[in-house]
Design a protein around this ligand. Sequence first.
Ligand SMILES: [Cu+2]
Length: 156
Amino acid sequence: MLYFINNGSTGSPQEEQTDHSVSPSPSTTSPTPTTPPPATSPSQNPSPTNPNPALPAAPNPKPIPPPPPPASAPQTRAVSIANFAFGPASITIKKGDTVVWTNQDSAPHTVTGDGGLNSPTLNQGGKYSFTFGSMGTFTYKCAFHPSMTGSVVVTN
Ligand SMILES: [Cu+2]
């Protein structure tokens, strides 16, 4: 009954449409023209449902590859010639390694021995390098000072 009097006031569902067609009389139709409000646009109400409710499981941590064995790389080993002696007098290396002799004496020396060890005369600061490509024990000495001896043991 109130909507007969309160036409145009808040609460009337026809309030927004009565600008040009003012019809104070209620229509002869149902006195309760309660039109449901327009459905809210789906865009205004994003669906709470997550299309991806669960992220895929994190990938497994990358396994750390084991480092390659360092022994596979050829190495260079140093042998000094000082105070009329080889140091170290005996050295053990791997096949494919290189030994470098360095004369630190003022006197000349050589590296002369097995397996092709045959250096020229090494003056002070002179170097001689030799790469051992086969296994074995190679003894050598100084051609000038036979008491100076040394050996190289080459393993696989
Ligand atoms: Cu010598």
